[in-house]
Design a protein around this ligand. Structure first.
Ligand code: PXG
Length: 466
């Protein structure tokens, strides 16, 4: 691999980073004490750090680098577009070729009834758009009281005021006085942690029916929409029981509630179909997109709207909403090239028919490890539940997340990026990962699990909570 040494020494960069760079979702003092790992390059599924060490990126960046790193074609697309037209806006009756081409392409790839795109710069602001959009939609239909959006606990829908309010992360709500009004949360379909004695199918139905109960409690005339990730990603890759989504769909249809599928992670091939809505038979009114839309090569997100939603919005007068970078030409050109590669190279079909099943089979073998309870995977996103006692699906006596953090650190020490969410480990490698690289990933994960187990044993932490 071509490693360019075009940066200051690692120690110097770490000091400057600690002095001047405020990191997202990071305890700044802890970071300054340990020093960051500086990533300087990447190719395929491999990252290179400032010491020249190669790390297997089991998280595709932040669940986004679907086509892998280092694709020259995307750099060329950006280069050409920057020379041709680096910026122009899409406000006030103007447009440009890349945004027209990208919108046409997304409409072709999206479910048949969804042919319109409103752009943002990422997933959070796209979900902010969705809040305003669904409320405007119902007002335009003469039902201005339909303003409440129902979401789920432990959901992640972004970090803006709107996105974090839609999300169901308690620690995020605590900072900044969230959620904003008229957003409520029901329970998530996490059978491993919350299923009790119910079968997964019974539990899936029970959790879905909380939506119907919540609509009844609030009154159908008050509820605008239900938003959910088809598979909760940042919440720990919670793959719902098969009974869950058909029941949610039935309830939304029966009660005149818009369904927003937040496919920021699951979109563009992650579950083995272009959208997870296809994987789970969901018929959304709105799909949130970002991440895999450009494989992370350029910041771009948006909302794909059904024909009915788009027509209602268009007929409802001016929608006073938009961002300077809505439909940014360079980001659109990059996304378009990314989608060309995704389609022409058959990357999504390969996830469904080859590399996904291959990895899922190896992933499931991890359940023979004493620390691993369930090991689940759909397409190329998966998770394992760490437990001190798998027969009882027990939690650790230690504070939740402590064991997961230890495991993540052992992964990193073994040059594998695998994240933890509480005491679940999550994985979502670039979709172009090869079988050989999957073998390496599993081998490193197993080694990290062994080392975590040994460390817990030595520290007397293999103890279940009561
Ligand atoms: N919706 C979903 C489902 C997401 O996963 C967003 C919206 C927000 O997108 P932006 O582009 O504004 O970040 C996300 C983002 C993690 C992690 O650690 C996950 C996300 C972002 C950052 C970290 O799992 N998801």
């Amino acid at each position: 691999m071509n490693v360019r040494v075009n940066h200051p020494p690692t120690k110097e960069m770490q000091a400057l980073d600690a002095a001047h760079h405020m990191h997202p979702f990071t305890d700044g003092d802890a970071l300054a004490e340990r020093g960051v790992r500086v990533i300087t390059g990447a190719k395929g599924v491999m990252l290179t750090d400032s010491e020249g060490v190669q790390i297997l990126d089991g998280m595709a960046g932040l669940w986004c680098c679907n086509i892998g790193y280092g694709r020259r074609e995307l750099a060329d697309a950006a280069h050409q577009q920057m020379q041709q037209l680096p910026y122009y806006n899409t406000f006030f009756m103007t447009s440009h070729p890349p945004v027209i081409a990208l919108s046409t392409k997304i409409a072709e790839l999206a479910p048949d009834h969804m042919n319109h795109v409103f752009y943002a710069s990422g997933g959070s602001d796209a979900n902010d758009t969705n809040i305003r959009l669904v409320r405007h939609y119902w007002a335009a239909k003469g039902k201005p009281d339909k303003t409440v959006i129902i979401s789920r606990k432990n959901a992640y829908h972004g970090s803006t005021m709107g996105g974090a309010s839609l999300g169901g992360m308690k620690p995020m709500h605590k900072q900044g006085g969230l959620p904003i009004p008229d957003i409520v949360h029901i329970d998530q379909p996490n059978w491993w942690a919350e299923g009790g004695d119910l079968s997964p199918e019974e539990f899936g139905l029970e959790r879905a029916r909380q939506l119907e109960a919540k609509i009844a409690e609030l009154g159908e005339n008050r509820v605008a929409a239900f938003i959910a990730e088809p598979v909760q990603g940042a919440g720990g890759v919670i793959i719902p029981p098969d009974s869950y989504w058909p029941e949610i769909q039935r309830i939304c249809d029966a009660h005149e509630i818009l369904l927003i599928a937040d496919e920021v992670i699951t979109g563009f091939g992650r579950t083995g179909r272009m959208f997870a809505s296809e994987t789970y038979g969901i018929r959304p009114d709105i799909i949130t997109i970002a991440k895999g839309l450009s494989s992370g090569y350029a910041p771009i997100g948006g909302s794909i709207l059904s024909d009915e939603v788009a027509q209602t919005i268009n007929a409802g007068g001016e929608f006073y909403h938009g961002y300077t970078y809505s439909g940014h030409p360079v980001a659109c050109a990059v996304a378009l090239e990314n989608l060309r590669i995704l389609v022409e190279e058959g990357i999504v079909d390969r996830v469904r028919e080859d590399i996904g099943p291959y990895m899922a089979e190896l992933w499931r073998t991890l359940t023979d490890h004493p620390l691993v309870g369930e090991a689940k995977m759909v397409g190329l996103m998966g998770s394992i539940a760490l437990t001190p006692d798998k027969t009882r699906r027990a939690k650790f006596a230690a504070e939740e997340g402590k064991v997961g953090l230890r495991c993540r650190e052992r992964c990193f020490a073994n040059n594998l990026v695998m994240r933890h969410v509480g005491d679940r480990m999550v994985i979502a490698p670039p979709l172009v990962i090869t079988r050989h690289e999957v073998d390496i990933l599993i081998e490193r994960a197993r080694r990290a699990l062994d080392e975590t187990y040994d460390g817990l044993k030595a520290d007397g932490m293999l103890v279940a909570a009561d």
